[in-house]
Ligand binder design. Structure first.
Ligand SMILES: [Mn+2]
Length: 339
């Protein structure tokens, strides 16, 4: 779709507008990188733009340029709602269904009369956006925002600030340029971003070399809890609330843990189950290699979804019940997991 609509979008953006930019709940590097990159881009045209995140995000993203301008719906619902109600345009980035912004924020977004623009690479998008750029083959929403700016004829407007934000999202969503959605085009975009001033080595350092001692200890516990089901090529990790508390858990601390399970030789399906006393649920992250779709698996059994090889989910049962359910489902997929 989007190419045909670009002139229309360009016309829309030619005069200053009230614009709200929204990432998904529990924003990650791609969500914050893409929304802040777009924010800095729109500011060049004197739009009254603001990023409203549904809730807070990990500290390792808090150095991003523009972080201090981000509103959080959860802690500023009235101010956020007013901005959403007064918006001419709402960009929803790195998600494709209002409920992914959380139920409270979804209730404000849904009835909004603003023109919606979706830029996203998750599967099965909802149909709410007048301008919809949805492509599941893309490495990241940040790569797509780069494409949009380029299609608008503004690649020369990408400065070091915008480049830095976009670099973060492409790097984090591709596991530092190694996941299968990483294409030669992705590397070309990354090359251009470095030319525009993204400090690649420093950015990597800012995001990944921020471990606290307690996070590494928590990782140690997670690895002790790692279980393997070799004949179904599956591995999973559990972390209880008590274990999180023991190691001083902070938001973002378990980011990437599931990838260790997936890095086991011959394992193609990995899961991590993390108890959240506050939400009264078990949070689930699923990863796979190859054809096995964790998006479909999560949609079918764990109230979630995402991509073919990376998805989230949740369970309202306790940990043991959730694990038992998980293990009991697996044999149905024996063919897919062992082919
Ligand atoms: Mn993404």
């Amino acid at each position: 779709m989007i190419k045909a609509q670009i002139p229309q979008l360009k016309a829309l953006l030619s005069l200053p507008k009230n614009i709200v930019i929204v990432p998904h709940r529990n924003p990650d590097g791609d969500a914050m990188g893409s929304t802040l990159a777009l924010y800095h881009y729109l500011k060049l045209y004197n739009h009254n733009a603001v990023v409203i995140a549904p809730n807070d995000y990990p500290d390792f993203l808090k150095w991003l340029p523009g972080d201090d301008t981000v509103l959080k719906f959860e802690t500023a619902p009235d101010e956020s709602s007013t901005l959403i109600n007064n918006a001419d345009l709402i960009f929803t980035l790195d998600f494709n269904a209002f409920h992914r912004a959380g139920h409270q924020m979804a209730e404000v977004l849904e009835p909004s009369k603003a023109i919606k623009v979706m830029i996203d690479h998750h599967q099965q998008p909802d149909d709410y956006a007048e301008y919809m750029y949805s492509d599941v083959s893309m490495s990241s929403t940040c790569e797509m925002v780069y494409n949009v700016i380029e299609m608008l004829g503004d690649d020369d407007k990408i400065n070091a600030t915008i480049a830095t934000c976009l670099y973060v999202g492409i790097m984090t969503d591709t596991g530092s340029f190694r996941f299968p959605a990483t294409t030669s085009r992705t590397h070309q975009v990354i090359g251009n971003l470095i030319e525009k001033g993204a400090e690649n080595s420093q950015i990597h350092n800012n995001i990944y070399d921020t471990n606290s001692y307690s996070r590494l200890q928590l990782l140690g516990r997670a690895m002790q809890n790692l279980k393997v089901i070799p004949d179904l090529r599956t591995a999973y990790i559990t972390l209880s609330q008590a274990e999180l508390d023991e190691f001083n858990f902070k938001k973002g601390d378990t980011e990437g843990f599931v990838n260790y399970a997936l890095s086991l030789k011959d394992i193609i399906f990995a899961a991590i189950f993390i108890e959240s006393q506050q939400d009264q649920i078990i949070k689930i992250s699923l990863r796979s290699k190859g054809e096995f779709s964790v998006n479909e698996f999560s949609r079918a059994y764990f109230n979630g979804g995402g991509h073919t090889n990376a998805a989230g989910g949740r369970s309202e049962d306790d940990m043991q019940t959730t694990i038992n359910k998980f293990i009991s489902i697996l044999p149905q997929y024996k063919n897919d997991l062992t082919q």
